[in-house]
Each structure stands twice: as C-alpha cells, then as structure tokens.
Design a protein around this ligand. Structure first.
Ligand SMILES: Nc1nc2c(ncn2[C@@H]2O[C@H](COP(=O)(O)OP(=O)(O)O)[C@@H](O)[C@H]2O)c(=O)[nH]1
Ligand SMILES: [Mg+2]
Length: 196
C-alpha cells in the first residue's frame, strides 16, 4: 500500500461524534506510551501528525485520520497509565470499548505491545474481548531497536509463547521507528484487511 494523502479529520470524546461516512476503519490500540502515535507517524510518514507525547492527558480522545481518501486510521486512547488519577483511568476504558463495540466499519484492530515488557492486564482484557467478539486483530511489538538482533529474536519467541498461552496464536509484526522495521509488513497486513 502506498500512502498518498492523509487528512486529520477529527478528535472525538464520545461515540456520538464518530464520523458518519462509510469509510472502513483500522484502529490502533495499546497501553499509554507503547508507541501508538509514533507508529502512526511512521506508517503515514508524517513527522508529527499524531501527537507523540509523554503527557497522557492529551491522548484521551479518539483521533481519526483519513488515508488515501479511502479508510480511517483510528488512534485510540491508551489504557493502563499508572500515574493518572483513578477516575480518569476509568473514563478511558468505556470510550474504547464503546467504539470497538459499535463501529460497523471496523476492519482491523492493531494492538501494540512493547517488546521489552510482558502482557499486562489491560492487554489481556482487550485481546480477550477482541477474540470473543471476533474482531479482526493484528499484533505489533514496538520499540524493537531496544534489543540487538539476537536478543530481539529471543524476546519475540517469548512473546509468542506468552500470547499462545493467553489463547492468541498470532505472530506479531516486529516494529521500530528509528530502525524503520516493520512498516512494509504492517502496511501489507492493513491492505489485506481492507480487501477482505
Ligand atoms: N526507541 C524507540 N522509542 C520509541 C519507538 N516508538 C515510540 N518510542 C518512544 O516511546 C515514547 C511513547 O511514544 P508515543 O508514540 O507517544 O506512545 P503512545 O502513548 O502509545 O502514543 C516516546 O518517547 C517515543 O519516542 C521506537 O520504535 N523505538
Ligand atoms: Mg499517543
């Protein structure tokens, strides 16, 4: 897939604000700080289209980017950020859930996992919910440059074992923004989901 045009369309705080046209959606989900905004910028080759920020307060909305005037790339709010207050944290889950539950145009949910970490409760809950509701799903291991190649391969195998044990037998795409790893592979996965 070639990225020809990208337009930021809108940010929404509740599902009443979702775009009303019929373009298919590909959503990007994952914990706060896992690298969602960086991955969107790398995929779309736009330096700071999706705001990359260490401040989680700015990322509580769902952001819609219309790509090639043919599908939406959807930047979902992160979950599980320990330093936000409890009420704020609770208020994120329902928006993501309502969106995933109610969007008939959803073609793929790309779940990001930090290659250095293990499966967190929020990841597990999201992946199980997606599996039970038969939502098409792709996995990405982010920040792969944090390991040298040999160590990286071990880490990928460990993730596959952990995911298989959790009932998610998907092979993750290994991604790194600075090393430019995974972009073509992930774009191909997206193109396939849009054709299906
Ligand atoms: N080394 C490295 N750092 C990354 C990568 N992707 C994201 N980051 C960093 O991780 C932090 C969080 O990234 P961000 O995209 O804002 O995460 P988000 O909260 O999921 O949107 C930022 O400091 C990014 O620069 C990557 O591939 N490699
Ligand atoms: Mg972000």
């Amino acid at each position: 897939m070639q990225i020809k045009t990208v337009q930021f369309t809108k940010s929404v705080v509740d599902i009443a604000g979702l775009p009303r046209d019929n373009f298919p959606h590909i959503a990007i989900a994952g914990r706060s700080n896992v690298g969602k905004s960086s991955l969107i910028n790398a995929l779309l080759r736009r330096r700071s289209l999706a705001r990359t920020s260490s401040s989680p307060g700015r990322t509580r909305m769902i952001n819609f980017f219309l790509v090639n005037e043919s599908f939406y790339l959807v930047d979902l709010p992160g979950y599980g950020y320990a330093s936000v207050d409890y009420e704020t944290r609770l208020s994120w889950g329902p928006l993501v859930h309502d969106y995933l539950d109610s969007s008939p145009s959803l073609r793929l949910v790309i779940v990001l996992l930090d290659i250095r970490r293990r499966l967190a409760d929020g990841d597990r809950q999201l992946l199980q919910w997606l599996t039970v509701h038969r939502k098409p799903l792709a996995l990405v291991l982010t920040k792969a440059d944090k390991f040298k190649a040999s160590r990286r391969a071990n880490q990928v195998r460990q993730w596959q074992r952990e995911l298989a044990a959790a009932g998610i037998p998907e092979t993750p795409v290994v991604f790194s923004v600075p090393k430019k790893l995974g972009r073509d592979h992930l774009l191909a996965v997206m193109a396939q989901a849009l054709e299906a």
